[in-house]
Design a protein around this ligand. Sequence first.
Ligand SMILES: *Cc1c(COP(=O)(O)O)cnc(C)c1O
Length: 498
Amino acid sequence: MNYKSTRDNKISVTSAKAIAQGLSEEGGLFVPESIPQLTKDDIMALCDKSYPERAYEIFRRYLTDFTDDEIKYCVNGAYSTKNFDSESISEISHLYNGTYILELWHGPTCAFKDMALQILPYLLSCSAKKVIYGKDIAILVATSGDTGKAALEGFKDVPGTSITVFYPEDGVSDMQKRQMTTQEGGNVNVCAVKGNFDDCQNGVKAIFTDAALKAELDKLGITFSSANSINWGRLSPQIVYYISAYASLVQSGDIEYGEKVNIVVPTGNFGNILAAYYAKEMGLPVNKLICASNANNVLTDFINTGVYDRNRHFYTTISPSMDILISSNLERLLYHLTGDNDKQIAEWFGKLAKDGKYEVTDDVKAKISELFWAGCCDDEATKGAIKQAFDEYSYLMDTHTAVAYKVYSDYKAATGDETKTIIASTANPYKFGRAVYEAVGGETAGTDEFTIIEKLEKHTGTTMPAPLAATKTKPVRFTGSVDKSGMSKVVLDFLKSR
Ligand SMILES: *Cc1c(COP(=O)(O)O)cnc(C)c1O
C-alpha cells in the first residue's frame, strides 16, 4: 500500500518513505491510499492477544513494505514493561455506568504521546535503512509540551539520529519545562521560543522547506525528519490503542462485539482524534467521535459551522497541550471526506496560510456532523470537572482529560445519548500538578511545583509517578531562548557541532 500527498495526488510513496520524510515536499501530508478493513473475526482474534501483538496486526496492514520481522522488532522494542509501568501498556478504568477512561499515559513521560513516540524511532530507523541509506536523521520537533519530552525520550542516544526540540517559552507547565530542560542523552538539543506553539510549529515547517538549509545539511550527510503528529509514523500507532481498547472491553465482557461506543478525545493538533476516525473507518464499531477543546475552540466552531477561522484570541490555558489554533491533522480528514480531492485541499490550506480562514462545502459539513460532535470548556469548568470526578468517583484526572470529561457530560445533556463511551485520558494528573491541586481545593500561591506535588499526594492519597519524581534532582542542561527568526540557526549550529 502506498501513501499519497493530500495536496498532490500524483505523489505516491511507500510507508518507509512517508515516515522517513515526514511531510511531502509541497507541504501536503501523507495519507494511506486506501483504509484497510478489519472484519469481526479480525477484531475478535485480537481479544486474547498482548498489546504488541495487537499492534503488529494493525501495522502489518499499513506498513506493507516492512517485513514481518521488522514490524515485530518495532512493536516488541517499543511496547514492553521496560518503558511502560503497565503490563497492558494502556489501561482502562471504569468510571461509572458504561463510561470508561482509557489511560494512555503509562509510558516514560506520563503522557499519551509515548504511545507513538516510543515506537517512532524504531519505525524511522527501519524506514531510513530502506530509503535514505547512509544518512543521519535530524529530528525537529515543535512542542506544546508533551511531544517534546516524549520525543526526547524516544530518540535519546538512538544511533544515526539527533533531535532538536522547540517549545513556547511561556506555554508549558513547570513540570513539562523541567522534564525537557533536564533531558539526558548525547544527541539531544532543547530551546525555548519567544512565542506560542503555532510560532514554534510554523518555524519548524519553514526550516523543513528551506532549500538552502537542506543543501547545507546534504553536505553534512544529514536529512531532516519530523516527529510531530504530521508524521504517519506518529499517527498509525495511535490507531492501535482504540482498537485494542475495544478488544479489551469485549474480552472483559463490558461490551458485546458489534456494540458501538463513543470515543471522546481532548484535542489540539487533531492527531489523536483522527486516529480514532481511522479506527472507525477500518471497521471498529464506533458511534460518535467527540472532539473536546479548551478555550482555544477553533475546532468546536469548525465542526459546528464548517468555517475554520484562526483569526481569534490565543489563550494560554491550564491544558497547554491543547493551546493550538492550527490543527494540522485536520487536513488528512478533509482529504478523505472530499473523496481525495487534492486540488480542493491545496486551495483551502492555501487560504488558511494566507487569510487564516477557509470554509468547507455543504457536503463535507454534512459528513463532519455525521461523524463528530464538538464542545469546549474554559479553565474554570475544567477545574470544576476535576473536582467533581474526584469527589464523586475518587478518580483524579489531569486538566486535558478533564476537558474531555466535561465536554462529554455536555454531550450527554445535549443529546441524551446513553451509548457506552471511552474517554481518552492523555496525561497523568501529576504532570499538571499545580492546576490539579487548585482544582481539588488546594492553595498554591508562592509554592514551587515539587512542594505542590507533595501536597497533592497527601490531599488525594495518590502518588506521583517515578519518572516525574526523578526530574527533581536532575541538573538543568538547556537554558537557550530565541525569537522565531533564530530557530534555523539553532538547528544548524547544533548539527554542525556534532
Ligand atoms: C498532545 C496532547 C493533546 C492533544 O492531542 P492532539 O493529537 O494534538 O489532538 C491532549 N492532551 C495531552 C496531554 C497532550 O499531550
